[in-house]
Design a protein around this ligand. Structure first.
Ligand code: AMP
Ligand code: MG
Length: 473
C-alpha cells in the first residue's frame, strides 16, 4: 500500500486573502529520520513504505487530497509589529479529522520557498528539526498542550547558515496554525470581511461553545493562562513568544530556541537573539498577557460599538494575570504535594524557589527528589532548607497521599539541553541512536527511569552546560 492521508481540508476553502497556494519544492535525496507510528494511527494515516514516507514528508510527492498552501499572518516580533510574515518555509498539506473527531493540520516545515519567504531559503537544517521533534513529543508526554511531530526527513541537500549543514524537514501536526498574528494580519489591513471569516472559522474550530468575540477572547485567555503556568511548572522557556508564535488553539507552538532549565534562576534566558531577556522564564506570564492584549485589539473591529468593545476586552485582559497566578498556584502546589492551595501556600512555594535560586539547584531534580524525600543535598546550606522542610511537613499533614501527587506533577525526565545538543551532533554524523533513546525515555517522563536511562536525569557537567540556543532559521 502507498502512503495515504484521509484529508478533509477546511482552511483551503477560506478566501484567497488567507494564503498562497504553494506546493513543496522537491529535494535531492529524501531519507526518513523518524516517524511517529502512534500519531499516524491516531490521524488515520496509512504509513505505506519507508520510501513513501520519505518522499511525502520531504515534499517530493504530494499525496492525494492534499491542497498545499502557505498561510498569511502578521505578528509582533520582540514587541515590534511586522504586518507581513506568513509561512516562509512551512507548507500546510491539509487537515484530517482524527480518530477522536478532532481536526488536525498536517504541515511540512522546511518545505521550500513561498511568497512569504522574504530573504529566507525556505529550508531548515537537521538540528532544529530534530530538536522540535523531541521537545514537542516530550511536552506532549508531560501532558502539556503542544503541536506534535509526525515525521523528520533528511533532504540530502545542504543548507547554508554560518556553515553548510545537512538539510531536513519536520512534519508538524497541530490543532490548527491559527495565531494571534493571523488576526493581526487582517486587522492591520482593515480587511474586515476576512477578519470575520477568520473569526467564524476559529470559533467553530476551537471555541464551539463561544457565542461572541468576547467569549472567544476569554476562552483563549483561559487556555493561554493554563499553558504558560504549565510551562513554568516544568521549567520551560519558549524563547520566542512573538504574537505569531501564540496559537489560538492553546497549544505550544514553534520550538525555535526553546529550552528546559537545568539550574533554577527566574531570569534564565537561552535564546541567542533575546538580548534584553524579554522572553526569560519569569517574564513569560507578562508577555502572554501582552500577546492576548494584541489579540483583543485585533478583535475590536468585529464589534459594532468600539468603545464598549474596548472596555469589555480590556477587562478580560486585565483579569488574565490573576488567572495565570491561580493556575501557577495550583500547579506548584501539586509539585509540593498540595491538592487545593490555601492561604500561606504561595509563600511556602516562593520560599522554596528562593532557596533553589540561591543554591542554583537543578529545577527538575530538586522537585523530583522532594517526592522521594531526599532533596536536602541540593542545598549547600541545608539548615535553611531544613526550616522550610519542617513548615512543609506541617502543611502536608492534612493532605492525603502527597507523594503520589508530587510524582505525577514533577517529571523525572526533561529533554536536557546538553543531551539535545549531543543528540544533534550524533544525528549530523549519521547516528540516530541517541535521538531514539531520548525520544523513548521521554515518552514516560513521570516514571522513574530504567537503569539504562538514569544518566539522562543528570544535570550537565560544567563543560557540558548549554548557555545559548538558536532560532534555527
Ligand atoms: P520563526 O522564528 O520560525 O517563528 O519564523 C519567523 C518568520 O520567519 C516566519 O514568517 C517564518 O516563516 C520566517 N522564516 C524563518 N526561517 C525561514 C527560512 N529559512 N526561510 C524563509 N522564511 C523563514
Ligand atoms: Mg514562528
Amino acid at each position: 500500500m502507498t502512503l495515504t492521508i484521509p484529508f478533509d481540508n477546511s482552511y483551503a476553502r477560506l478566501p484567497d486573502s488567507f494564503f498562497s497556494r504553494q506546493p513543496p519544492a522537491p529535494v535531492a535525496a529524501p531519507e526518513l529520520l523518524a516517524f511517529n507510528d502512534a500519531l499516524a494511527a491516531e490521524l488515520g494515516v496509512d504509513p505505506g513504505t519507508a520510501q513513501d514516507r520519505a518522499d511525502v514528508f520531504a515534499g517530493n510527492r504530494t499525496p492525494t487530497g492534499a491542497d498545499p498552501l502557505a498561510q498569511a499572518y502578521a505578528g509582533h516580533q520582540f514587541g515590534g509589529f511586522n504586518p507581513q510574515l506568513g509561512d516562509g518555509r512551512a507548507i500546510l498539506l491539509g487537515e484530517v479529522v482524527d480518530r477522536h473527531g478532532r481536526r488536525r493540520d498536517i504541515q511540512i516545515k522546511g518545505a521550500g520557498r513561498t511568497p512569504y519567504s522574504r530573504m529566507g531559503d525556505g529550508r531548515a537544517w537537521m538540528g532544529p528539526v530534530l530538536r522540535e521533534y523531541l521537545l514537542s513529543e516530550a511536552m506532549h508526554a508531560m501532558g502539556i498542550p503542544t503541536t506534535r511531530a509526525l515525521a523528520a526527513v533528511a533532504t540530502g541537500e545542504p543548507v547554508y547558515r554560518d556553515a553548510a549543514l545537512p538539510g531536513a524537514a519536520l512534519t508538524r501536526v497541530a490543532a490548527s496554525h491559527i495565531r494571534v498574528g493571523t488576526f493581526q494580519y487582517f486587522a492591520a489591513r482593515q480587511d474586515i470581511e476576512s477578519l470575520k471569516a477568520l473569526f467564524e472559522h476559529t470559533r467553530a474550530r476551537h471555541f464551539p461553545q463561544a457565542q461572541s468575540p468576547l467569549e472567544v477572547l476569554e476562552q483563549a485567555i483561559e487556555r493561554q493562562a493554563d499553558l504558560v503556568a504549565s510551562w513554568l511548572s516544568v521549567g520551560f522557556i519558549h524563547g520566542v513568544m512573538n504574537t505569531d508564535n501564540t496559537a489560538l488553539s492553546g497549544e505550544t507552538i514553534d520550538y525555535g530556541p526553546a529550552a528546559f532549565m537545568d539550574s533554577y534562576h527566574p531570569v534564565t534566558v537561552y535564546s541567542s537573539i533575546d538580548r534584553q531577556g524579554r522572553y526569560s522564564y519569569d517574564n513569560q506570564p507578562r508577555i502572554i498577557v501582552w500577546n492576548m492584549a494584541q489579540l483583543a485589539g485585533a478583535l475590536v473591529p468585529l464589534m459594532p460599538d468600539t468603545d464598549d468593545a474596548i472596555a469589555r476586552f480590556t477587562d478580560a485582559v486585565n483579569a488574565m494575570p490573576a488567572r495565570i497566578e491561580a493556575a501557577w498556584r495550583r500547579r506548584f502546589a501539586a509539585k509540593i504535594g498540595i491538592d487545593a492551595p490555601q492561604d500561606g501556600d504561595e509563600a511556602l512555594i516562593n520560599d522554596l524557589l528562593g532557596l533553589m535560586a540561591e543554591a542554583s539547584a537543578d529545577f527538575t531534580n530538586t522537585f523530583r527528589d522532594l517526592a522521594h524525600g531526599n532533596a536536602r543535598h541540593h542545598f549547600p546550606e541545608p539548615e535553611r532548607y531544613d526550616d522550610w522542610h519542617t513548615r512543609w511537613q506541617d502543611r502536608l499533614a492534612s493532605e492525603t497521599d502527597p507523594a503520589a501527587r508530587m510524582l505525577a506533577a514533577n517529571p523525572a525526565l526533561i529533554p536536557r539541553n546538553h543531551r539535545v545538543e549531543e543528540m544533534i551532533q550524533a544525528a549530523v554524523a549519521g547516528d540516530m541512536t541517541p535521538f531514539h533513546q531520548l525520544l523513548s525515555a521521554l515518552s514516560t517522563p513521570y516514571d522513574d527511569p530504567a537503569p539504562e536511562n538514569r544518566a539522562l536525569t543528570e544535570p550537565p557537567q560544567p563543560h557540558e552546560v548549554v548557555r545559548q540556543t538558536f532560532c534555527g532559521t
